[in-house]
Design a protein around this ligand. Structure first.
Ligand SMILES: Cc1cc2nc3c(=O)[nH]c(=O)nc-3n(C[C@H](O)[C@H](O)[C@H](O)COP(=O)(O)OP(=O)(O)OC[C@H]3O[C@@H](n4cnc5c(N)ncnc54)[C@H](O)[C@@H]3O)c2cc1C
Ligand code: FES
Length: 303
């Protein structure tokens, strides 16, 4: 396929003598018109879309995300955030595209589900901070609920040293990775074989008992290998429970938030979340530029 991706906007650094902004706008992202290579259903209401975007694929890291907007008119007007599922490599191992897995919940995802090979999307990224290196080198637990499994495929490959991202060479960071993945019912479990092939041990839970453990995914954690670092992504009650679990055990925990966003690049402040401040108070942080991955101890769960 020829490279039809075309950079239309580049985030430039602030002018040298302009007053410094207290807010971080120094991100390096670009906006592309990305051709769709394929768009396939992988579970109930869940699809995997492959976008041809070599530059973005070469730069993006696990835990980062892209904003996606339709090129077909102005409804919906705003882009929506989607995690990197994984990068796509050519036969020589060069990144040429990205995969995104999406659950159809509203306007944009319903539109995405109608798109075919050759259609295009506006895509800007890479965005956000990505996952930090784990503490310890033995066992990491990844905990996902709902559509929160999507950031973890690339993360597993990076942790186990199967792939390097963002120009880095592959480097094994831990010996074992377990993915604890909770869904409402079996037909919503998406990508399980991808996670297993990537080398993770997968433990499933469902609300109706149709797959894996009947009950909450967080119940599963306590029954398995003690982990040295926990990462989570999913609905807020699950993340809150996970933060409590990690705190009781005294292990580090990083959570990727799925806060709705409008710009994805730090300008609109529509994505703020409360975080603790050193003086015992709290303040807002923008999930798009200060996250989406936060140390669980920094989050202020109720204000
Ligand atoms: C960093 C990040 C990464 C993400 N990664 C992924 C990912 O990999 N895959 C994925 O599927 N999602 C992901 N999300 C979530 C995704 O961005 C949202 O689900 C997005 O809003 C979907 O867009 P949409 O236009 O289809 O739905 P929207 O129209 O934005 O609707 C979102 C939700 O609001 C509800 N809603 C919409 N309109 C109304 C209304 N009028 N009244 C009541 N409820 C309403 C919908 O039912 C739906 O539950 C991520 C979010 C973040 C922040
Ligand atoms: S989405 Fe606009 S500031 Fe975060």
């Amino acid at each position: 396929m020829s490279d039809r991706s075309e950079s239309v906007l580049q985030c430039v650094p602030p002018v040298a003598d302009a007053p410094a902004s207290p807010y971080n706008l120094g991100m390096s992202f670009q906006q592309y018109t990305t051709p769709i290579v394929e768009n396939v259903r992988i579970a109930r209401g869940t699809c995997q879309i492959r976008l041809h975007c070599p530059e973005l694929a070469a730069a993006i890291r696990p835990g980062q995300f892209v904003m996606v907007r339709s090129t077909q008119g102005t409804d919906p007007l705003l882009g929506r955030p989607f995690a990197l599922y994984d990068t796509v490599l050519d036969d020589d191992g060069k990144p040429i595209g990205i995969d995104v897995v999406y659950l159809v919940v509203g306007k944009l995802t319903a539109l995405l589900a109608t798109l075919k090979e050759g259609d295009t999307l506006e895509t800007w990224g890479p965005l956000g901070n990505g996952f930090p290196d784990p503490v310890g080198d033995k066992h990491v637990a990844l905990v996902a609920g709902g559509i929160g499994q999507t950031p973890f495929l690339a993360h597993i490959r990076e942790l186990l040293g199967a792939r390097g991202y963002g120009g880095q060479l592959p480097r094994r960071r831990v010996q074992n990775v377990s993915l604890y993945y909770g869904v409402r019912s079996a037909d919503l479990a998406a990508g399980v074989s991808d996670f297993q092939k990537a080398g993770a041990t997968v433990h499933l839970a469902s609300n109706d008992g149709s797959i894996g453990h009947l009950g909450f995914v967080t119940d599963l954690l306590a029954r398995h290998v003690a982990s040295q670092h926990v990462f989570g992504c999913g609905p807020e009650p699950m993340l809150h429970a996970l933060a409590g679990y990690a705190e009781r055990r005294g292990i580090p925990c990083h959570l990727s938030l799925e806060t709705p966003m409008a710009c994805g690049v730090g300008i609109c402040f529509s994505c703020v979340t409360p975080v603790k401040t050193p003086d015992g108070g709290w303040d807002y942080k923008r999930v798009c530029v200060d996250g989406p991955v936060f140390d669980a101890r920094s989050l202020q769960w109720s204000i």
